[in-house]
Ligand binder design. Structure first.
Ligand code: FE2
Length: 426
């Protein structure tokens, strides 16, 4: 007797009429038209079942703090960092934990079950680190939270930056972060990349740096990150986040850079909602978009994922933990409007993000965790277009969240009584 049998599911690869058999929290079998006794049966009605969403880049220590102590009036990255500096002395562990847990509720309801969050390690009290380690422990039954030691004020620029980062790792933070473009000089930025990669290599940790979150075409720390990843044998274990300067770089230089990144096995995380909002702020017109070169990186063989980065914090006042909204913005900004491009944007918040995360047991195959989402959409393209309702969210075979189908009742002469914004299919 199975624990759960999903039938008539469409899968992201296009297979229809599929059954998913679940036993002991794992997928036992994925096959067409299976019928077997099960404690729970779910009729997917031809809708899309996808592995859950993953956010590979977030800041949970700042989330839901919008307006504390004031809002970011200029909307720039630098005012956001200054505002975060004003907020930090006012933070309490209790309030931070409460906001983070509330965000995780939102995330689960949106089918987002794994989040990589940076946590600011600049403050010697490490209050945010301790608070998010506590959150990680509390949400573990329903959400994978991976933490990155993030020296927001610059690991070399801030007093005791290196020591605070190492103390955070000692406490159990998973990944080594950095912010080379915020160090005092280009040389210091490069030195920080080398130092932080060496710390990670020594401790067997992954690396994920905020890298070149700037419109300065000469911000080239991604080159150093790729070089260090290769030198230290860390292929597949290093991520460059944002990489927005690549938008503004000289094309000839980029033609050398892309193969270098691919060769180093460095992955790239772009954050479309934030990049389109924060970049280009020093421009008059035309205004640059500032997002990194997603199609070109992908074509070069680089693993590219999309992150949410911020939700209602000093940098961004919008968001609800919806990775389909992230993918939607990504495809617009990168003009990835072909069917193939849109599906790549869906991959960027699912399978590609899982690679960044090094998440085990992810996928819709026998042996994977039974962690999936039933969407009110018939394929990944429709899912992004509609930011489709997450009808059911399962983790390891357990139902975590449900959302009613989104339909509007219509009162129109001679027309159907309702619409779900889907093109009629013959
Ligand atoms: Fe970030």
């Amino acid at each position: 007797m199975l624990d759960l049998l999903v039938h008539d599911a469409t899968l992201p690869d296009g297979r229809t009429g599929m059954s998913i058999a679940v036993q002991d929290g794992r997928i036992a079998e994925v096959t067409a038209g299976l019928d077997a006794p099960a404690a729970e049966k779910l009729d997917a009605q031809g809708f899309l079942v996808t592995p859950h969403f993953i956010d590979p880049h977030f800041h949970m220590d700042a989330t839901l703090s919008y307006g504390l102590p004031r809002v970011n009036e200029s909307g720039t990255l630098l005012e956001g960092i200054a505002l975060w500096g004003e907020l930090k002395p006012l933070l309490t562990a209790e309030a931070l934990i409460e906001r983070a847990l509330a965000y995780c509720d939102w995330a689960v309801a949106k089918g987002l079950l794994a989040i990589r969050s940076h946590v600011d390690t600049s403050d010697p009290s490490l209050l945010a680190v301790d608070a998010l380690l506590e959150v990680k422990r509390r949400v573990a039954p329903y959400l994978d939270l991976q933490l990155v030691a993030f020296p927001q004020d610059g690991v070399l620029r801030s007093p005791a930056g290196v020591e605070n980062l190492k103390r955070s790792l000692d406490k159990g933070v998973d990944v080594v972060g950095g912010i080379p473009h915020f160090e005092r000089t280009m040389a210091d930025g490069a030195a920080s990349v080398k130092l932080l990669c060496e710390i990670a290599a020594e401790r067997g940790k992954l690396v994920d740096m905020h890298c070149d979150e700037s419109d300065d075409p000469l911000s080239r720390h991604i080159e150093t990150l790729a070089f260090e990843a290769q030198r230290l044998g860390m292929q597949g274990r290093v991520t460059g986040s944002h990489c927005t300067s690549m938008h503004s770089m000289d094309n000839y230089y980029v033609s050398k850079l892309l193969p270098l990144i691919a060769e180093s096995g460095v992955g790239v995380v772009s954050n479309p909602l934030i990049n389109i909002t924060l970049q280009g702020r020093h421009d008059t017109y035309p205004k640059r978009r500032g997002m990194t070169r997603v199609p070109e990186l992908t074509a070069a063989g680089v693993n590219v994922a999309f992150g949410h980065d911020c939700v209602m914090d000093p940098w961004y006042g919008m968001g609800s933990g919806d990775m389909l909204e992230v993918a939607h913005m990504g495809l617009h900004v990168a003009q990835m409007t072909s069917q193939h491009g849109i599906r790549q944007c869906f991959d960027a918040v699912t399978v590609n993000a899982a690679k960044v995360f090094h998440l085990e047991g992810y996928g819709l195959e026998a042996g994977c965790d039974a962690s999936f989402v039933l969407l009110q959409a018939r394929d990944p393209v429709e899912a992004i277009r509609l930011r489709a309702a997450r009808l059911k969210v399962y983790r390891k075979g357990r139902l975590l969240a449900e959302t009613p189908a989104a339909t509007a009742a219509l009162h129109l002469p001679g027309r159907a009584a309702e619409t779900g914004w889907m093109i009629p299919r013959g």
